[in-house]
Design a protein around this ligand. Structure first.
Ligand code: PMP
Ligand code: GLN
Length: 380
């Protein structure tokens, strides 16, 4: 059979390969981004109760109604924006699915989409499936800020969408008010849509507020905003998230989503709806993760890694030029197989594998895991 691949250049994701290598070598996995500590016990009880109470059939396509109501309340509380839970929110099986449905629903063959790199690995393959012309913009090195002048030069009458991600995976950089103002100015009087990936909305450090597009009227009215419950509730494996968009955009989103998945896992939706009004769960996250970031940085002070600032997310970048001249993919494998700590090479987040000799650590781990990892890394 002659198979004509739709994604000929795509292989297995770096998260799968590094997690696989980590378990093969019994290494500490600071590679794939997931917490290794327990979710809130009440969340587990709520999901179990939902199943026992018989809430095991399809939820409404757009999501369990009380959950959408709680999400709308939370958005008003966090970002001062009133949205309609009937028309502006769709619950999805994770943030990745929301990203996929958003791109699929509005990006046509031949449309141009501007994407700052490095970027989360699903964006570019999804855009390829849409037949988009991808316009990549390198973030400035080493602070990983967005070069808005370069973004501006890439805008053309064919630009359909700009994708942003704050707090940013893999770099831990964040967008600030000035960035949002530049973005607003670029899209003003155009038909360009924004896809804003805000899955790390509640993990920002040093008093910096998360700059959601939902805080800005002129951006919110043209944006799909993607969130994931996996991050704030420490349950990445539950794969539940949601998309927020104005009704006109959400109508198109749902046309795709209803055939992609139709509805998301009911017991998880019930459980999140019961816990979402507990603000403490997400309001405690900046301090919770700041302690982890600072602990890891302190423990690593005597190592030969050069740490970059992490302003948000649960990721920390480090340059290893003092240790090795290997390229970052080889270095990540060497670190895993020889020193027992798995990391992600940052080149995996660039289409052309840009290699600045930088790797990504995930610090969403117990203190004990971070201590063990740092002990091994400081010996190098
Ligand atoms: N966007 C970014 C930037 C992420 O890091 C992740 C998650 N790991 C996602 C989207 C997807 O989240 P989910 O696991 O809910 O699909
Ligand atoms: N978002 C997670 C990370 O960046 C993992 C996502 C995945 O495994 N697909 O590590």
């Amino acid at each position: 059979m002659h198979l004509h691949s739709k994604l000929p250049t795509v292989g297995t994701t770096i998260f799968t390969s590094m997690s696989h290598l980590a378990s093969e070598y019994n290494a500490i996995n600071l590679a794939q981004g997931f917490p290794n500590f327990a979710p809130p016990p009440k969340l587990l009880l709520s999901a179990a109760n939902a199943m026992q109470r018989g809430l095991n059939q399809y939820a409404p396509m757009a999501g369990y109604v009380p959950l959408r109501e709680r999400i709308a309340e939370k958005i008003e509380y966090c970002y001062g924006r009133r949205i309609n839970p009937d028309s502006d929110i769709t619950v999805t099986p994770g943030g990745t699915a929301a990203l996929f449905a958003a791109m699929m629903s509005v990006v046509h063959k031949g449309d141009e989409v501007i994407v700052p790199e490095p970027c989360y690995d699903s964006y570019l393959p999804t855009l390829e499936l849409c037949g988009a012309l991808i316009k990549r913009v390198p973030m400035k090195f080493p602070d990983y800020s967005i070069d808005w002048d370069r973004v501006q030069t890439l805008v053309s009458p064919k630009t359909r969408m700009i994708i942003i991600n704050t707090p940013h995976n893999p770099t831990g950089s964040i967008l600030r008010k000035a960035d949002m103002e530049r973005l607003s100015a670029i899209v003003r009087n155009t038909d360009i849509m924004i896809l804003s990936d805000e899955v790390y909305e509640h993990i920002t450090f040093d008093g910096e507020a998360h700059q959601s597009v939902l805080r800005y009227n002129d951006l919110a009215e043209r944006s799909f905003v993607v969130y994931s419950f996996g991050k704030p509730f420490h349950v990445t494996g539950w794969k539940t998230g949601y998309c927020v968009a104005p009704a006109e955009l959400m109508r198109e989103f749902r046309k795709v989503y209803q055939y992609m998945n139709f509805a998301s896992f009911t017991p998880a939706q019930v459980a999140f709806s019961e816990l979402l009004s507990n603000k403490e769960q997400y309001e405690s996250l900046p301090e919770f993760y700041r302690q982890k970031r600072d602990l890891f940085q302190d423990l690593m002070r005597s190592s030969r890694f050069e740490f970059f600032p992490s302003h948000g997310s649960y990721f920390q970048l480090a340059r290893y030029s003092d240790i090795s001249t290997l390229n970052d993919a080889e270095f990540a494998v060497w670190l895993t197989t020889t020193h027992g700590v798995a990391v992600i090479p940052v080149s995996a987040f660039y289409r052309d594998s840009t290699d600045n000799h930088v790797v990504r650590f995930c610090f969403a781990k117990t203190d004990e895991t971070l201590e063990k990892a740092a002990e091994a890394l400081c010996k190098i």
